[in-house]
Design a protein. Structure first.
Length: 133
C-alpha cells in the first residue's frame, strides 16, 4: 500500500485531513406564508423566496415601477411599489448577498484545504518533480 492509499484511508476514518465539507446557508422549506403586496421576494406562482428585480424605474418621488423574475419557475411580474416596500426588499436582497458571500468563503477555504492536502501528500511521496514547475 503506498502513502497515498494510507492517506486516503486515514482521511476516511476521520483522523486526518482538512475540515469537513462546510455547511452552507440553506433556504428554509417553502411554506405558504401569509403574503402581502410588499413581499416582493416571494414568488406568487411557486412560493420561492428568491425573486429578484430585473428592471426598475422611478415613477415619482415615492414609488418605482419594478419588474420581478423568479429564477426557479421563471414567473415574472411587474408593478408599481412604494419606497418603503422596496427598502424592505433591498434589505432582503442584501441579506441574500451576505449569505452567498459567506458560502463562497466557506467553499473557497474548503477547496484550498483540499488542494493543500493533495499537494502535501504528493510532496511527501516524491510525486512532485522540478518539471512540474
Amino acid at each position: 500500500m503506498d502513502s497515498a492509499d494510507r492517506h486516503r484511508r486515514r482521511r476516511r476514518n476521520g483522523r486526518q485531513g482538512p475540515s469537513q465539507i462546510p455547511t452552507l446557508n440553506t433556504r428554509p422549506e417553502r411554506v405558504a406564508p401569509e403574503r402581502s403586496e410588499d413581499d416582493l421576494h416571494l414568488c406568487p406562482a411557486c412560493g420561492s423566496n428568491l425573486v429578484q428585480p430585473v428592471e426598475w424605474a422611478p415613477v415619482d418621488r415615492r414609488s418605482w415601477r419594478v419588474e420581478l423574475q423568479c429564477p426557479e419557475c421563471d414567473a415574472g411580474r411587474a408593478g408599481i411599489f412604494s419606497q418603503p416596500a422596496l427598502d424592505r426588499f433591498d434589505a432582503i436582497l442584501d441579506n441574500g448577498t451576505i449569505a452567498l458571500l459567506d458560502d463562497l468563503g466557506k467553499l473557497e477555504r474548503y477547496n484550498m484545504e483540499e488542494a493543500i492536502e493533495r499537494f502535501s501528500v504528493a510532496l511527501q511521496s516524491d510525486q512532485i518533480l522540478p518539471e512540474d514547475f
